[in-house]
Design a protein around this ligand. Structure first.
Ligand SMILES: *Cc1c(COP(=O)(O)O)cnc(C)c1O
Length: 467
Protein backbone atom coordinates (compact mmCIF):
# COMPACT_ATOMS: atom_id res chain seq x y z
CA UNK A 1 0.00 0.00 0.00
CA UNK A 2 1.22 3.49 -0.86
CA UNK A 3 0.92 4.61 2.74
CA UNK A 4 3.59 2.18 3.84
CA UNK A 5 6.32 4.32 2.30
CA UNK A 6 5.20 7.53 3.96
CA UNK A 7 6.43 8.25 7.46
CA UNK A 8 3.63 9.26 9.83
CA UNK A 9 3.70 12.82 11.13
CA UNK A 10 2.01 14.09 14.25
CA UNK A 11 -0.16 17.07 13.52
CA UNK A 12 0.93 20.28 15.15
CA UNK A 13 -0.89 23.56 14.54
CA UNK A 14 0.67 27.00 15.03
CA UNK A 15 -1.53 29.99 15.71
CA UNK A 16 -0.95 33.66 16.32
CA UNK A 17 0.46 33.04 19.79
CA UNK A 18 3.01 30.54 18.44
CA UNK A 19 4.69 32.88 15.94
CA UNK A 20 7.69 33.21 18.26
CA UNK A 21 8.25 29.47 18.13
CA UNK A 22 8.71 29.31 14.34
CA UNK A 23 12.49 29.74 14.03
CA UNK A 24 12.43 30.30 10.25
CA UNK A 25 10.59 33.59 10.77
CA UNK A 26 13.78 35.04 12.25
CA UNK A 27 14.94 35.47 8.66
CA UNK A 28 12.60 38.46 8.56
CA UNK A 29 13.50 41.90 9.91
CA UNK A 30 12.12 42.87 13.33
CA UNK A 31 9.63 45.22 11.61
CA UNK A 32 8.43 42.52 9.21
CA UNK A 33 8.01 40.06 12.06
CA UNK A 34 6.04 42.50 14.21
CA UNK A 35 4.02 43.34 11.10
CA UNK A 36 2.99 39.71 10.72
CA UNK A 37 1.98 39.60 14.37
CA UNK A 38 -0.09 42.74 13.92
CA UNK A 39 -1.97 41.42 10.88
CA UNK A 40 -2.47 38.06 12.61
CA UNK A 41 -4.34 39.88 15.38
CA UNK A 42 -6.99 40.88 12.81
CA UNK A 43 -7.08 38.10 10.23
CA UNK A 44 -7.10 34.38 11.01
CA UNK A 45 -3.78 32.58 11.10
CA UNK A 46 -3.12 28.88 11.49
CA UNK A 47 -0.44 26.77 9.91
CA UNK A 48 0.81 23.24 10.55
CA UNK A 49 4.15 21.46 10.66
CA UNK A 50 3.75 19.83 7.20
CA UNK A 51 3.12 23.22 5.56
CA UNK A 52 6.08 24.72 7.45
CA UNK A 53 8.49 21.85 6.74
CA UNK A 54 7.50 20.69 3.25
CA UNK A 55 5.64 23.44 1.39
CA UNK A 56 7.16 26.82 2.23
CA UNK A 57 10.54 27.72 0.67
CA UNK A 58 12.04 29.68 3.54
CA UNK A 59 14.94 31.05 1.51
CA UNK A 60 12.37 32.84 -0.66
CA UNK A 61 10.21 34.51 2.00
CA UNK A 62 8.34 36.81 2.08
CA UNK A 63 7.63 36.47 -1.67
CA UNK A 64 7.36 32.68 -1.63
CA UNK A 65 3.81 31.86 -2.84
CA UNK A 66 3.19 29.22 -0.16
CA UNK A 67 4.31 31.71 2.50
CA UNK A 68 1.93 34.28 1.01
CA UNK A 69 -0.78 31.63 1.01
CA UNK A 70 -0.49 30.87 4.71
CA UNK A 71 1.12 33.80 6.56
CA UNK A 72 -0.51 37.19 7.13
CA UNK A 73 1.17 39.98 5.17
CA UNK A 74 1.50 43.64 6.00
CA UNK A 75 -0.21 44.76 2.78
CA UNK A 76 -3.41 42.92 3.69
CA UNK A 77 -4.68 45.70 5.93
CA UNK A 78 -5.48 49.25 5.07
CA UNK A 79 -2.37 51.31 5.97
CA UNK A 80 -4.12 53.30 8.72
CA UNK A 81 -5.57 50.13 10.28
CA UNK A 82 -2.20 48.47 10.03
CA UNK A 83 -0.43 51.35 11.77
CA UNK A 84 -2.95 51.16 14.60
CA UNK A 85 -2.51 47.43 15.33
CA UNK A 86 1.21 47.57 14.66
CA UNK A 87 1.59 50.25 17.35
CA UNK A 88 -0.48 48.17 19.78
CA UNK A 89 1.59 45.03 19.20
CA UNK A 90 4.84 46.97 19.39
CA UNK A 91 4.05 48.52 22.75
CA UNK A 92 2.76 45.18 24.09
CA UNK A 93 -0.85 46.31 24.51
CA UNK A 94 -3.20 43.99 26.41
CA UNK A 95 -5.02 41.26 24.55
CA UNK A 96 -8.28 43.04 25.32
CA UNK A 97 -7.17 46.30 23.70
CA UNK A 98 -5.78 44.46 20.71
CA UNK A 99 -8.97 42.44 20.25
CA UNK A 100 -11.16 45.53 20.45
CA UNK A 101 -9.15 47.20 17.69
CA UNK A 102 -9.22 44.00 15.66
CA UNK A 103 -13.03 43.69 15.87
CA UNK A 104 -13.51 47.20 14.49
CA UNK A 105 -11.23 46.50 11.55
CA UNK A 106 -12.80 43.09 10.86
CA UNK A 107 -16.27 44.60 10.65
CA UNK A 108 -15.08 46.87 7.81
CA UNK A 109 -13.93 43.91 5.69
CA UNK A 110 -17.31 42.74 4.29
CA UNK A 111 -17.25 39.54 6.36
CA UNK A 112 -20.16 37.88 4.52
CA UNK A 113 -20.16 38.51 0.80
CA UNK A 114 -22.78 37.44 -1.78
CA UNK A 115 -25.78 37.40 0.54
CA UNK A 116 -24.55 34.17 2.09
CA UNK A 117 -26.13 34.71 5.47
CA UNK A 118 -29.78 35.06 4.58
CA UNK A 119 -30.45 34.64 0.92
CA UNK A 120 -29.32 31.03 0.83
CA UNK A 121 -30.69 29.62 4.07
CA UNK A 122 -33.50 27.15 3.35
CA UNK A 123 -36.27 26.01 5.68
CA UNK A 124 -37.81 22.70 6.72
CA UNK A 125 -41.47 22.95 7.69
CA UNK A 126 -41.08 26.67 8.20
CA UNK A 127 -37.95 26.76 10.33
CA UNK A 128 -34.53 27.76 9.08
CA UNK A 129 -31.84 25.13 8.72
CA UNK A 130 -28.84 27.27 9.58
CA UNK A 131 -26.09 24.80 8.67
CA UNK A 132 -27.30 24.60 5.11
CA UNK A 133 -27.29 26.77 1.99
CA UNK A 134 -29.40 26.06 -1.07
CA UNK A 135 -28.51 28.52 -3.79
CA UNK A 136 -28.48 26.37 -6.93
CA UNK A 137 -31.33 23.96 -7.57
CA UNK A 138 -29.37 20.72 -7.84
CA UNK A 139 -26.91 21.17 -4.98
CA UNK A 140 -27.10 21.99 -1.28
CA UNK A 141 -24.11 23.10 0.74
CA UNK A 142 -23.85 21.75 4.25
CA UNK A 143 -21.57 23.10 6.97
CA UNK A 144 -21.12 20.48 9.68
CA UNK A 145 -20.58 22.28 12.97
CA UNK A 146 -17.48 20.25 13.80
CA UNK A 147 -15.94 21.00 10.42
CA UNK A 148 -15.54 24.76 10.77
CA UNK A 149 -11.78 24.95 10.95
CA UNK A 150 -8.92 23.82 8.67
CA UNK A 151 -5.51 22.13 8.88
CA UNK A 152 -4.03 25.47 7.91
CA UNK A 153 -5.73 28.73 6.91
CA UNK A 154 -5.42 30.34 3.52
CA UNK A 155 -4.75 34.04 3.87
CA UNK A 156 -7.29 34.84 1.13
CA UNK A 157 -10.12 32.74 2.59
CA UNK A 158 -13.54 34.20 1.80
CA UNK A 159 -14.97 32.48 4.88
CA UNK A 160 -12.31 34.09 7.08
CA UNK A 161 -14.94 35.71 9.32
CA UNK A 162 -15.96 32.39 10.83
CA UNK A 163 -12.41 31.85 12.11
CA UNK A 164 -12.09 35.08 14.02
CA UNK A 165 -14.74 34.34 16.61
CA UNK A 166 -17.70 36.37 15.37
CA UNK A 167 -19.86 33.59 16.77
CA UNK A 168 -23.27 34.77 15.71
CA UNK A 169 -22.15 34.69 12.11
CA UNK A 170 -21.06 31.08 12.14
CA UNK A 171 -22.92 28.59 10.05
CA UNK A 172 -23.37 25.50 12.07
CA UNK A 173 -25.65 22.54 12.29
CA UNK A 174 -25.20 19.75 14.75
CA UNK A 175 -27.88 17.65 13.21
CA UNK A 176 -27.65 15.60 10.08
CA UNK A 177 -31.35 14.96 10.64
CA UNK A 178 -32.54 18.30 9.33
CA UNK A 179 -30.38 17.82 6.25
CA UNK A 180 -32.03 14.47 5.57
CA UNK A 181 -35.49 15.91 6.25
CA UNK A 182 -34.83 18.71 3.78
CA UNK A 183 -33.50 16.37 1.12
CA UNK A 184 -36.50 14.04 1.47
CA UNK A 185 -38.72 17.00 0.58
CA UNK A 186 -36.48 18.24 -2.23
CA UNK A 187 -36.08 15.75 -5.02
CA UNK A 188 -34.57 18.41 -7.27
CA UNK A 189 -31.38 18.19 -5.17
CA UNK A 190 -28.95 15.67 -6.63
CA UNK A 191 -25.81 16.64 -4.82
CA UNK A 192 -24.79 17.48 -1.26
CA UNK A 193 -21.56 19.40 -0.84
CA UNK A 194 -19.99 19.27 2.61
CA UNK A 195 -17.93 22.34 3.17
CA UNK A 196 -16.56 24.48 6.00
CA UNK A 197 -13.91 25.26 7.13
CA UNK A 198 -12.73 21.87 6.06
CA UNK A 199 -15.01 18.89 6.75
CA UNK A 200 -11.96 16.62 6.81
CA UNK A 201 -10.78 18.31 9.98
CA UNK A 202 -13.46 16.10 11.55
CA UNK A 203 -12.56 12.65 12.76
CA UNK A 204 -13.96 9.98 10.47
CA UNK A 205 -16.41 8.75 13.11
CA UNK A 206 -17.94 12.26 13.23
CA UNK A 207 -18.00 12.70 9.45
CA UNK A 208 -19.64 9.30 9.17
CA UNK A 209 -22.57 10.59 11.23
CA UNK A 210 -23.28 13.12 8.51
CA UNK A 211 -22.55 10.96 5.48
CA UNK A 212 -24.15 7.61 6.35
CA UNK A 213 -27.71 8.97 6.72
CA UNK A 214 -27.48 10.20 3.12
CA UNK A 215 -27.03 6.64 1.88
CA UNK A 216 -30.34 5.41 3.28
CA UNK A 217 -33.82 5.00 1.77
CA UNK A 218 -35.84 7.96 0.52
CA UNK A 219 -32.77 9.68 -0.89
CA UNK A 220 -32.40 7.80 -4.15
CA UNK A 221 -32.49 11.14 -6.00
CA UNK A 222 -29.17 12.05 -4.39
CA UNK A 223 -26.51 10.99 -6.91
CA UNK A 224 -23.37 12.49 -5.42
CA UNK A 225 -21.78 13.48 -2.16
CA UNK A 226 -18.98 16.00 -2.35
CA UNK A 227 -16.47 16.97 0.26
CA UNK A 228 -14.73 20.31 -0.18
CA UNK A 229 -11.25 20.07 1.34
CA UNK A 230 -7.73 21.35 1.37
CA UNK A 231 -6.46 18.39 3.41
CA UNK A 232 -5.02 16.87 0.20
CA UNK A 233 -2.70 19.91 0.04
CA UNK A 234 -2.25 20.90 3.69
CA UNK A 235 -2.41 17.56 5.50
CA UNK A 236 -2.20 14.54 3.17
CA UNK A 237 -1.66 12.31 6.24
CA UNK A 238 -5.44 12.55 6.65
CA UNK A 239 -5.59 9.91 3.91
CA UNK A 240 -2.36 8.09 4.74
CA UNK A 241 -1.15 7.59 8.26
CA UNK A 242 -3.54 9.40 10.65
CA UNK A 243 -5.18 6.97 13.05
CA UNK A 244 -8.52 7.13 11.22
CA UNK A 245 -7.19 7.46 7.66
CA UNK A 246 -8.13 3.88 6.76
CA UNK A 247 -11.58 4.37 8.20
CA UNK A 248 -12.02 7.47 6.02
CA UNK A 249 -11.19 5.45 2.93
CA UNK A 250 -13.70 2.80 4.03
CA UNK A 251 -16.33 5.54 4.29
CA UNK A 252 -15.56 6.66 0.73
CA UNK A 253 -15.95 3.05 -0.43
CA UNK A 254 -19.23 2.78 1.40
CA UNK A 255 -20.63 5.75 -0.53
CA UNK A 256 -19.58 4.13 -3.74
CA UNK A 257 -21.17 0.79 -2.75
CA UNK A 258 -24.41 2.62 -1.95
CA UNK A 259 -24.52 3.60 -5.62
CA UNK A 260 -23.48 7.22 -5.19
CA UNK A 261 -20.52 9.21 -6.44
CA UNK A 262 -18.04 10.50 -3.88
CA UNK A 263 -16.30 13.61 -5.19
CA UNK A 264 -13.45 15.10 -3.24
CA UNK A 265 -13.41 18.77 -4.24
CA UNK A 266 -9.75 19.42 -3.58
CA UNK A 267 -8.45 22.93 -3.18
CA UNK A 268 -5.01 23.25 -4.81
CA UNK A 269 -3.64 26.78 -5.07
CA UNK A 270 -0.16 26.07 -6.37
CA UNK A 271 1.57 23.22 -8.25
CA UNK A 272 3.98 22.73 -5.34
CA UNK A 273 1.10 21.38 -3.26
CA UNK A 274 0.87 18.45 -5.69
CA UNK A 275 4.58 17.87 -5.82
CA UNK A 276 5.36 16.13 -2.51
CA UNK A 277 5.48 12.34 -2.11
CA UNK A 278 2.83 12.67 0.61
CA UNK A 279 0.42 14.60 -1.63
CA UNK A 280 0.82 12.09 -4.44
CA UNK A 281 0.45 9.07 -2.18
CA UNK A 282 -2.73 10.60 -0.74
CA UNK A 283 -4.23 10.94 -4.22
CA UNK A 284 -3.36 7.35 -5.06
CA UNK A 285 -5.05 6.08 -1.92
CA UNK A 286 -8.18 8.18 -2.40
CA UNK A 287 -8.49 6.85 -5.93
CA UNK A 288 -8.40 3.21 -4.77
CA UNK A 289 -11.78 3.83 -3.13
CA UNK A 290 -13.51 4.85 -6.37
CA UNK A 291 -13.73 8.46 -5.20
CA UNK A 292 -12.93 11.07 -7.82
CA UNK A 293 -10.79 14.09 -7.02
CA UNK A 294 -11.82 17.35 -8.71
CA UNK A 295 -9.63 20.39 -8.26
CA UNK A 296 -10.50 24.03 -7.77
CA UNK A 297 -8.92 27.22 -6.49
CA UNK A 298 -9.13 30.97 -6.81
CA UNK A 299 -6.69 33.03 -8.84
CA UNK A 300 -4.71 35.01 -6.28
CA UNK A 301 -2.16 37.77 -6.68
CA UNK A 302 1.13 36.89 -4.91
CA UNK A 303 0.18 33.18 -4.93
CA UNK A 304 -0.71 31.91 -8.40
CA UNK A 305 -1.27 34.90 -10.69
CA UNK A 306 0.52 33.56 -13.73
CA UNK A 307 -0.38 31.19 -16.53
CA UNK A 308 2.48 28.74 -16.03
CA UNK A 309 1.37 27.95 -12.45
CA UNK A 310 -2.09 27.05 -13.71
CA UNK A 311 -0.92 25.10 -16.75
CA UNK A 312 1.49 23.15 -14.50
CA UNK A 313 -1.19 22.55 -11.94
CA UNK A 314 -3.79 21.32 -14.47
CA UNK A 315 -1.24 19.07 -16.17
CA UNK A 316 -0.09 17.60 -12.86
CA UNK A 317 -3.66 17.01 -11.79
CA UNK A 318 -4.38 14.97 -14.90
CA UNK A 319 -1.11 13.09 -14.52
CA UNK A 320 -2.17 12.17 -10.98
CA UNK A 321 -5.67 11.12 -12.05
CA UNK A 322 -7.48 14.21 -10.72
CA UNK A 323 -9.84 16.41 -12.70
CA UNK A 324 -9.41 20.19 -13.11
CA UNK A 325 -12.77 21.75 -12.22
CA UNK A 326 -12.97 25.50 -11.45
CA UNK A 327 -10.71 28.55 -11.47
CA UNK A 328 -12.40 31.15 -9.27
CA UNK A 329 -12.03 34.90 -9.06
CA UNK A 330 -11.08 36.06 -5.55
CA UNK A 331 -14.20 37.17 -3.71
CA UNK A 332 -15.15 40.62 -2.52
CA UNK A 333 -14.24 40.15 1.13
CA UNK A 334 -11.39 40.46 3.64
CA UNK A 335 -8.03 41.60 2.28
CA UNK A 336 -9.31 41.49 -1.32
CA UNK A 337 -7.32 44.53 -2.39
CA UNK A 338 -4.11 42.60 -1.65
CA UNK A 339 -5.05 39.48 -3.58
CA UNK A 340 -7.29 40.71 -6.36
CA UNK A 341 -6.52 40.25 -10.03
CA UNK A 342 -8.55 42.35 -12.50
CA UNK A 343 -11.01 40.31 -14.59
CA UNK A 344 -9.26 41.31 -17.81
CA UNK A 345 -6.00 39.88 -16.49
CA UNK A 346 -7.72 36.81 -15.02
CA UNK A 347 -9.22 35.90 -18.37
CA UNK A 348 -5.83 36.32 -20.05
CA UNK A 349 -4.13 34.06 -17.49
CA UNK A 350 -6.88 31.48 -17.88
CA UNK A 351 -6.72 31.48 -21.68
CA UNK A 352 -2.93 31.40 -21.81
CA UNK A 353 -2.83 28.40 -19.46
CA UNK A 354 -5.77 26.71 -21.21
CA UNK A 355 -3.98 26.93 -24.57
CA UNK A 356 -1.06 24.98 -23.12
CA UNK A 357 -2.94 21.92 -21.90
CA UNK A 358 -4.53 18.98 -23.64
CA UNK A 359 -8.24 18.41 -23.84
CA UNK A 360 -8.04 16.14 -20.80
CA UNK A 361 -7.26 19.16 -18.63
CA UNK A 362 -9.82 21.36 -20.35
CA UNK A 363 -12.54 20.16 -18.01
CA UNK A 364 -11.63 23.28 -16.06
CA UNK A 365 -13.96 26.29 -16.23
CA UNK A 366 -13.25 29.86 -15.31
CA UNK A 367 -12.42 32.44 -14.36
CA UNK A 368 -15.65 32.23 -12.39
CA UNK A 369 -17.15 34.66 -9.88
CA UNK A 370 -19.41 33.23 -7.17
CA UNK A 371 -21.56 36.34 -6.99
CA UNK A 372 -25.04 37.04 -5.61
CA UNK A 373 -26.97 36.04 -8.76
CA UNK A 374 -24.82 32.99 -9.46
CA UNK A 375 -21.52 31.70 -10.76
CA UNK A 376 -20.55 33.98 -13.62
CA UNK A 377 -17.72 32.91 -15.89
CA UNK A 378 -15.81 35.46 -17.94
CA UNK A 379 -15.67 33.76 -21.33
CA UNK A 380 -13.39 36.38 -22.83
CA UNK A 381 -13.27 39.80 -24.36
CA UNK A 382 -14.51 40.74 -27.80
CA UNK A 383 -15.16 43.76 -29.98
CA UNK A 384 -18.75 43.75 -31.16
CA UNK A 385 -20.01 46.49 -33.48
CA UNK A 386 -17.04 48.60 -32.46
CA UNK A 387 -17.58 48.22 -28.70
CA UNK A 388 -15.06 46.36 -26.55
CA UNK A 389 -16.90 44.02 -24.19
CA UNK A 390 -16.56 41.21 -21.69
CA UNK A 391 -18.47 38.10 -22.75
CA UNK A 392 -20.04 36.55 -19.66
CA UNK A 393 -22.16 33.53 -18.86
CA UNK A 394 -23.81 31.95 -15.84
CA UNK A 395 -22.59 28.44 -15.16
CA UNK A 396 -24.82 28.32 -12.06
CA UNK A 397 -27.63 30.68 -11.20
CA UNK A 398 -30.23 31.35 -8.54
CA UNK A 399 -32.76 30.95 -11.32
CA UNK A 400 -31.76 27.94 -13.42
CA UNK A 401 -33.23 29.69 -16.48
CA UNK A 402 -30.29 32.11 -16.49
CA UNK A 403 -27.69 29.35 -16.96
CA UNK A 404 -25.81 29.33 -20.24
CA UNK A 405 -27.22 32.61 -21.55
CA UNK A 406 -24.39 34.86 -22.75
CA UNK A 407 -24.44 38.52 -21.69
CA UNK A 408 -22.13 41.46 -22.23
CA UNK A 409 -20.48 44.12 -20.12
CA UNK A 410 -18.40 47.11 -21.14
CA UNK A 411 -14.74 46.22 -21.12
CA UNK A 412 -12.88 47.84 -18.25
CA UNK A 413 -9.30 46.82 -17.50
CA UNK A 414 -9.67 47.64 -13.78
CA UNK A 415 -12.90 45.78 -12.92
CA UNK A 416 -12.38 42.97 -10.43
CA UNK A 417 -15.95 41.80 -9.70
CA UNK A 418 -19.39 41.52 -11.22
CA UNK A 419 -20.57 44.56 -9.23
CA UNK A 420 -18.00 46.72 -11.03
CA UNK A 421 -19.38 45.82 -14.45
CA UNK A 422 -21.74 47.96 -16.53
CA UNK A 423 -23.96 46.50 -19.28
CA UNK A 424 -22.64 46.94 -22.81
CA UNK A 425 -24.45 48.42 -25.84
CA UNK A 426 -26.21 51.10 -23.82
CA UNK A 427 -28.44 48.59 -21.98
CA UNK A 428 -29.66 49.94 -18.65
CA UNK A 429 -29.41 46.70 -16.71
CA UNK A 430 -28.25 43.12 -17.05
CA UNK A 431 -31.05 40.69 -17.94
CA UNK A 432 -30.99 39.15 -14.46
CA UNK A 433 -31.13 42.40 -12.46
CA UNK A 434 -34.90 42.70 -12.27
CA UNK A 435 -35.66 39.03 -11.52
CA UNK A 436 -32.92 39.11 -8.87
CA UNK A 437 -34.67 42.02 -7.19
CA UNK A 438 -37.89 40.00 -7.20
CA UNK A 439 -36.09 37.04 -5.60
CA UNK A 440 -34.72 39.30 -2.88
CA UNK A 441 -38.09 40.94 -2.28
CA UNK A 442 -39.92 37.60 -2.00
CA UNK A 443 -37.08 36.01 -0.08
CA UNK A 444 -37.78 32.92 -2.01
CA UNK A 445 -35.09 31.48 -4.24
CA UNK A 446 -36.33 29.60 -7.31
CA UNK A 447 -33.84 26.90 -6.31
CA UNK A 448 -36.00 26.04 -3.30
CA UNK A 449 -38.83 24.68 -5.43
CA UNK A 450 -42.54 24.97 -4.81
CA UNK A 451 -42.82 23.17 -1.51
CA UNK A 452 -41.23 25.88 0.56
CA UNK A 453 -43.71 28.00 2.56
CA UNK A 454 -44.79 31.02 0.60
CA UNK A 455 -45.29 33.37 3.52
CA UNK A 456 -42.56 35.82 4.36
CA UNK A 457 -40.11 34.08 6.69
CA UNK A 458 -38.74 35.63 9.85
CA UNK A 459 -35.32 37.19 9.64
CA UNK A 460 -32.74 34.62 10.65
CA UNK A 461 -29.88 36.65 12.04
CA UNK A 462 -31.62 39.81 13.17
CA UNK A 463 -30.72 41.88 10.16
CA UNK A 464 -31.20 41.45 6.46
CA UNK A 465 -28.52 42.58 4.12
CA UNK A 466 -29.59 41.52 0.66
CA UNK A 467 -26.81 41.92 -1.82
C1 LIG B 1 -20.22 26.38 -6.48
C2 LIG B 1 -21.40 26.20 -5.64
C3 LIG B 1 -22.13 25.02 -5.69
C4 LIG B 1 -21.76 23.87 -6.57
O1 LIG B 1 -21.88 24.23 -7.92
P1 LIG B 1 -21.38 23.25 -9.05
O2 LIG B 1 -21.35 24.08 -10.29
O3 LIG B 1 -22.36 22.13 -9.11
O4 LIG B 1 -20.03 22.77 -8.64
C5 LIG B 1 -23.26 24.92 -4.90
N1 LIG B 1 -23.66 25.93 -4.09
C6 LIG B 1 -22.99 27.09 -4.03
C7 LIG B 1 -23.49 28.18 -3.15
C8 LIG B 1 -21.83 27.26 -4.79
O5 LIG B 1 -21.15 28.41 -4.71
Amino acid sequence: MAAARIKPRTFRAYGRKDLDSIPELRRLSAEEFTGIKAVAAVLPFRVNNYVLDELIRWDKIPEDPLFQLTFPQVGMLDPADFRQVYALVKRGASEKTLQAAARTIQAKLNPHPAGQMELNVPRVNGSAVPGMQHKYRETVLFFPSQGQTCHSYCTYCFRWAQFVGIDALKFANREAESLVAYLRQHHEVHSVLFTGGDPLIMKTRVLRRYVEPLLGPGLEHLTSIRIGTKATAYWPYRFLTDADADDLLRLFEQVRRAGKHLALMAHYSHPRELDTPEAQAALRRIQTTGAVVRCQAPLIRHVNDNAHNWADMWRMQVRLGAIPYYMFVERDTGPKHYFEVPLAQAVEIFRTAYRRISGLSRTVRGPSMSATPGKVVVEGTATIAGEEVFVLKFIQARDPAWVGRPFFAKFDPTSTWLDDLVPAFGERAFFFSKPLRTIKRNRHAPAWGERVVKRRPAVVFGHVEWE
